[in-house]
Design a protein around this ligand. Structure first.
Ligand code: CUA
Length: 346
């Protein structure tokens, strides 16, 4: 009686636990939260859909094989209750047929079929291409952020890639330091960013929206805080954004912002950051020309708000230890002025 109750409880716990695990399978549940964990099992484009389909096939096939093996194991153990070792040793070869048929033959067939499906999926996905006329975006990996260049359009941004909906876009991936890997689980497979070798990844999204890309190759202490936001827009929104990114920021209008500009341009900031139309032309850190129009700070780890930006400027090391942005020794007034200036960079 007691035993039965315990077993019941065990299965109840298992059920609850699996509900928690499985809830992680859909990345599209919390639509409005800023940080969302993307799931490859919730594909939002044809490339990711094929990968998800193949994954499901493998998961289900693997699950069925596991159940089969366990059932056979239980059958074998149960059916041989009470057998002595001596008796078993009298028939040393009795399981050979099963081992050859299932252990070798069946396994080989399964592996060959899966290999074939894998190659097929890769080939179909490789056929999705932006073509020579398509949009090309250079994505350069750094410890720990993403430099994003729209070379043909003549501007640069960071940690954010915008693309038009439904159109295949080519990302040219390369790294300036260690190896990184880009994975946008809802839109694509993973591809490494290697030094001195450009790898091309095609992105295509069925629906407009925001998608998270992650660095998928351990690249140092802040590897986990190296996210890339993919913003998929309608063609018109995208065109507006392109136009806005190509403009040189106007001279700040308010007194405070002007003062902030002077402080910024007179400080060490200019050796690492660029702002079009000014003497700030460093390229160690992200280009700030249109910082105000970006959704995130610190490579996808903070929402781009005034408060977060202030915290980042004053002590980025507290937020993301080891990154290259040094703490800034600023008075309250100076900080307010710099914030006012940076917020004009829309
Ligand atoms: Cu970059 Cu991990």
């Amino acid at each position: 009686m007691f035993r039965k109750k315990q077993t019941g409880r065990f299965f109840l716990l298992l059920l609850i636990a699996s509900a928690i695990w499985l809830s992680g399978c859909s990345g599209r549940v919390v639509e409005n939260s800023f940080i969302r964990t993307p799931s490859m099992l919730a594909p939002q484009g044809p490339v990711a859909a094929r990968i998800a389909g193949l994954s499901w096939f493998m998961i289900i096939l693997g699950g069925l094989i596991f159940l089969g093996v366990m059932a056979y194991f239980i059958y074998a153990a149960w059916g041989h209750r009470g057998y002595s070792l001596e008796e078993e040793l009298k028939h040393p070869n009795q399981g050979n047929g099963i081992v050859l048929t299932w252990g070798v033959g069946f396994t080989a067939v399964v592996l060959v079929v899966l290999f074939g499906l894998n190659i097929g999926t890769m080939r179909s996905n490789n056929q999705v291409s932006a073509g020579p006329q398509g949009l090309v975006i250079d994505v350069i990996g750094h410890q720990w952020w993403w430099e994003v260049q729209y070379q043909e359009q003549g501007f640069e941004t960071a940690n954010e890639v915008r693309i038009p909906v439904g159109q295949p876009v080519t990302l040219r991936l390369v790294t300036k330091d260690v190896i990184h890997s880009l994975w946008v689980p809802e839109l694509s497979g993973k591809l490494d960013l290697l030094p001195n070798q450009v790898n091309e990844l095609t992105l295509v999204a069925d629906k407009a929206g925001e998608y998270w890309g992650e660095c998928a190759e351990f690249c140092g202490t802040q590897h986990a805080k190296m996210q890339l936001m993919i913003i998929v827009q309608t063609e018109r929104e995208f065109a507006t954004w392109l136009e806005q990114q190509q403009t040189v920021p106007a001279r700040p209008e308010t007194e405070l912002a002007l003062e902030g500009q002077q402080i910024f341009l007179g400080s060490a900031c200019v050796y690492c950051h660029s702002i079009a139309g000014t003497n700030a032309s460093g390229d160690l850190g992200p280009d700030l020309t249109h910082l105000g129009s970006r959704r995130t700070l610190g490579a996808g780890i903070l929402e781009n708000t005034t408060g977060n930006l202030a915290g980042w400027i004053v002590d980025a090391q507290a937020i993301k230890p080891g990154n290259k942005m040094p703490p800034m020794d600023l008075s309250g007034e100076e900080l307010q002025a710099i914030l006012a200036y940076l917020e004009t960079l829309e």
